[in-house]
Unconditional design. Structure first.
Lengths: 282, 391, 305
């Protein structure tokens, strides 16, 4: 997939450049293999007959998929995880992007301190944040725990990641583009909508994806901040006595393919829509 | 989305057992036969009847609703919960945890937001001492007649106000080894330190537990409450143990995987590890309980003080602890439970050999173990463990 | 709402007229959500933990308000903690270098040679596997790297080795490989965001003017993606200081990193003791970052000016 060379490539191609490109393509391919190798094993183990995911494989079966489909508690846990991850991604992206603007554009006096403060939640072990939040929420605020408190707990560090990513993109961003827009009579809002947001969109998307990634597998903070519910990581990490069964691998496999399918379909629709629009405007 | 409990159990049954024709449906009948007295005498007799898989709709008087339960994953199974929700209208919201201490820390903060908590051995009186749970009259629950008599009167769970928890399951920690690689036949914790087995041992990633093994080995009296001298001696043993440790396992999955692949020859673990390894095509392992004695866990369900849905707990316990559920739970998770009637079901199903191998018929064994609980040497044990396993 | 606050944060610098109270207020608004979040969800809870770290746990597992510094003394008086911390910093550095060494050519290739749609798809392909359980993925690595693992089978199959090697897992090498695997996507995302806005014609221009490719790379590309590089470093290096699962699962008995030691206290509910260790580590990193950040800001100003 990575090797499909873009038609956008219009630069003069020297033999050296071609060589570089080939080497890079091979490297990129190798990296994807490196990333997907454990996934391949994870999927393989979901078909394992015995109740422990690992080598040697004793036999292949789709049994664990059936178990998963009839397991109401793991499904509930999955739904809770998704609910939390979506809420976290939306809130972290909005708050984080706003804060990144404030940091980069809001005067340099607090920028350094601000960025440092946002870096802290990333490096503080989750267990500190989790217990600290639990005590604060219960003793000081006397609020009930629930998925909302989990969202709050996850926001602490996901927002930080969004801030850093978006700030990195905003920094060194060519302000002259905005000034040019303003000179040409664009309002501040128009400049934001048509100049700034499209330029920082990759960073915002990256931040949102990262938030989902971090939230969906968070265990420690979740444990301390959750009420009487379960999330998927809680389910997985608490099987200490007897260990996880390939049922979890089966669920992970399904999740993987569903997300890939959703995104694949989404980007297909998006790009074909764009193509259609472009053709219509021509 | 939810299968009837019988089909579900059977499927897992076949999967786990490889025993054809062993249907849990039969278990339901056996249970109905083994508990007629209790269902007649029960104040919530309708609930008891509802406990059998074929039960009818709930009676109007019985409380229905949802209660909140902090527990381990093995204390119930989905089909059981679905059946109870359908027949009695009692639903459960579960929060899972791994260590007692996590649950204790959390309950201290949230109190009555939870209604029931599972916990181990000496943790139970500790919860009680901290005013977090309520004692109750065990005999008031008809289903408690199904328990081994010893489980109905554990001194550690008895207080003047009543019993502190509803007894559930237990297991000693044992040592598993591959007889093809390990000789002579070991019978002591000492084998963990044998230089012959460099990088061949797997043990839990639990500082206090591993220190407790070392405490047992070096003859300390109570391995969770060691004196400073005992901790020092145990630490010496731990230093000798470290080179033998292949990995510190995070879940039972880890231990089993290492034994199954043959990377590890010796491991510490819960009852039944050898069966699971063998079922999965791993080597034939042997197992022993160290002659110095061992540690173990025994758990129960506690009723949280001031829980908002406390009225649902006893009806739930009455249903969920019915023998056929417990028997099915044994087949799923393979460790002894305190329900004697469930043992009889297992015997009737031809599973006596399996149940006995898991010491199901020997609940008195728990009295010989050092029980998990909050000890006085926890901090010293973690310090010692860190100093040995750090760089 | 965001768009409004964001545009408020963005007063046209050339206009220079609205410097009144309203402008200042407008400027403060975008700070609000982030600041509230930091204060209520992070700083206050951390202050609570800081206080706890100065108390102690009694044998009843209750936290007692007895002020003392013993929990901090533990870190400095027991060489194990310092040694393990040093080892962790080393591991973090190695993984960061490796992660960026892989992510830079990877994202460079994506941005420069591949169409936008494919870029998105590949980035997604990089991140989606990480939506499955960390634990399951590390278990899969055990099955790959172990003595009886897939890699050994493969190496023996092609005749490269005769006996299965135990060098791959349950040591620091195993931890290194798995950590690079775990943190690569973070580095890739951060670098992608930075490279994506880089104008590659500048490289050609530099080469047209006689720069060697490596010179062009060093003097043109690197300075302009510095923010992205630093973000990538933070993303990879700092979380490694909190890593405890990978070290136990693939590091064996010798692979413990500092977080393992901290977690051992928390697992046994020795909250003040664990909190103190965690705070020492966090404080150390904060100091490093402060030093680093000053340095960084100066350079950035220079680069932008």
């Amino acid at each position: 997939m990575a090797k499909r060379i873009s038609a956008l490539e219009t630069m003069p191609v020297s033999p050296l450049a071609r060589q570089t490109r080939a080497v890079l393509a091979i490297l990129a391919g190798a990296i994807l293999v490196f990333l997907y190798l454990p996934i391949a094993f994870l999927i393989l183990f979901s078909f394992e007959e015995a109740d422990n995911p690992g080598f040697p494989i004793t036999g292949l079966t789709t049994h664990w998929y059936e178990v998963m489909l009839s397991d109401s508690s793991i499904q509930k846990a999955l739904l809770n995880s998704i609910e939390v991850a979506v809420a976290v991604a939306i809130l972290a992206t909005v708050i984080g992007t706003t804060a990144a603007f404030a940091l980069v554009r809001g005067g340099s006096r607090f920028a350094g301190t601000g960025r440092l403060l946002f870096t802290l939640p990333i490096m503080i072990p989750g267990v500190l944040i989790g217990i600290g939040l639990l005590i604060f929420v219960r003793r000081a605020l006397n609020l009930q725990l629930g998925l909302h408190t989990v969202v709050a707990g996850h926001l602490v560090f996901t927002t930080s990641f969004v801030v850093l990513i978006v700030a990195a993109r905003l920094q060194g961003f060519d302000r002259r583009l905005e000034w040019a827009a303003a000179d040409l009579g664009a309002s501040a809002r128009q400049t934001l909508r048509y100049i700034v947001l499209p330029l920082i969109a990759p960073a915002i998307i990256a931040g949102a994806l990262l938030s989902v990634t971090l939230s969906i597998d968070e265990f420690v903070i979740t444990f301390f901040t959750i009420g009487p519910q379960t999330t998927l990581p809680l389910y997985i990490y608490t099987q200490i006595k007897f260990g996880v069964t390939p049922e979890v691998n089966a669920l992970a496999t399904v999740m993987l393919f569903v997300t890939l399918a959703v995104f694949g379909l989404g980007s297909l629709l998006l790009s074909s829509g764009r193509r259609f629009r472009r053709r219509a405007s021509e | 989305m939810t299968d009837p409990m019988r089909d579900y159990s059977r499927r897992r049954f076949l999967q786990l057992m490889g025993a054809a024709g062993a249907a849990v449906g039969l278990g339901g009948i056996a249970a109905a036969c083994s508990t007629p007295a209790s269902s007649a005498a029960a104040p919530t007799s309708a609930a008891t009847a509802a406990g059998s898989a074929a039960a009818a709709s709930p009676t109007a008087a019985a409380p229905t609703g949802t209660f909140n339960w902090m527990t381990w994953g093995d204390h119930s199974y989905p089909a059981q919960l679905d059946a109870i929700a359908q027949t009695a209208g009692i639903q459960t919201n579960q929060t899972l945890f791994s260590d007692n201490i996590e649950a204790f820390t959390k309950l201290k903060e949230v109190g009555g937001q939870l209604d029931m908590v599972s916990g181990d051995a000496l943790w139970i009186p500790h919860y009680f001492k901290n005013n977090l749970i309520e004692a109750f009259d065990l005999a008031q629950l008809a289903v408690s007649k199904q328990l081994y008599s010893i489980a109905q009167s554990f001194p550690i769970w008895t207080s003047p106000e009543g019993y502190l928890g509803y007894p559930f399951g237990w297991s000693p920690i044992q040592v598993y080894y591959d007889p093809a690689k390990v000789s002579p036949e070991p019978d002591s914790w000492e084998v963990l330190l044998d230089p012959k087995y460099k990088k061949r041992v797997v043990t839990e990633d639990q500082a206090v537990e591993v220190m407790a093994y070392m405490g047992k080995l070096t003859g300390s009296k109570n391995s969770y409450s060691m004196t400073p001298e005992e901790v020092a001696t145990a630490k010496e043993a731990l230093i000798r143990f470290k080179p033998n440790v292949l990995r510190l396992s995070n879940q039972a999955t880890d231990t089993i995987a290492a034994l199954k692949s043959g990377e590890a020859w010796i491991a510490t673990g819960n009852l039944g590890t050898e069966t699971r390894v063998k079922d999965q095509g791993g080597p034939e392992l042997k197992v022993f309980t160290p002659k110095e004695g061992t540690i173990g866990w025994m758990d129960s369900e506690m009723i949280v003080k001031g829980g908002a849905n406390e009225n649902l707990i006893k009806p739930y316990l009455e249903l969920a602890n019915q023998a056929e559920y417990i028997a099915a739970n044994f087949m799923l998770n393979r460790r002894p439970l305190f329900n004697e009637a469930a043992y009889k079901i297992l015997v009737n199903q031809g599973q006596q050999e399996l149940a006995d191998r898991f010491l199901y018929n020997k609940p008195e064994t728990v009295l010989t173990m050092d029980l998990k609980g909050p000890g006085t040497s926890t901090q010293a044990a973690v310090d010692a463990f860190n100093e040995v396993f750090g760089a | 709402m965001t768009s409004e606050t964001a545009s408020g944060a963005d007063p046209a610098p050339l206009a220079g007229s609205s410097r009144g109270v309203r402008a200042r207020l407008e400027r403060a608004v975008p700070f609000l959500p982030g600041s509230l979040l930091l204060v209520f969800l992070f700083l206050i809870p951390m202050a609570i933990m800081l206080v706890y770290s100065l108390w102690r746990t009694n044998t009843d597992f209750n936290i007692v308000a007895e002020w003392n510094l013993n929990n901090y003394a533990r870190f400095f008086n027991q060489p194990t903690y310092l040694r393990t911390f040093a080892k962790t910093l080393l591991m973090g550095t190695a993984v960061t270098v490796a992660g960026i060494a892989l992510a830079l050519p990877f994202t460079y290739f994506l941005v420069r040679y591949v169409s936008r749609g494919v870029q998105r798809a590949v980035l997604l392909a990089v991140i989606v596997p990480f939506w499955t359980s960390y634990l399951l993925r590390v278990y899969a690595w055990q099955a790959i790297l172990g003595e009886k693992g897939a890699l050994n089978q493969f190496l023996m199959g092609i005749g490269l080795i005769k006996e299965p090697t135990t060098l791959l897992a349950y040591n620091d090498l195993g931890v290194f490989v798995v950590l690079v695997y775990v943190y690569f996507p973070f580095a890739a995302l951060a670098l992608y965001a930075a490279l994506d806005k880089f104008d590659f014609t500048q490289l050609n221009a530099a080469q047209d003017l006689g720069a060697r490719p490596d010179q062009a790379f060093r003097h043109i590309l690197v300075p302009q993606i510095r923010a992205g590089l630093i973000t990538a470093c933070i993303f990879v290096f700092i979380p490694i200081l909190g890593e405890f699962l990978t070290p136990t699962l693939v590091g064996g008995a010798q692979g413990s990193l500092i977080a393992n030691l901290v977690v051992n206290f928390f697992k046994q509910s020795q909250v003040p003791e664990g909190a103190a260790l965690a705070i020492v580590i966090a404080a150390f990193v904060t100091v490093v970052l402060i030093v680093f950040r000053r340095h960084l800001r100066v350079e950035d100003v220079v680069a932008r000016g």
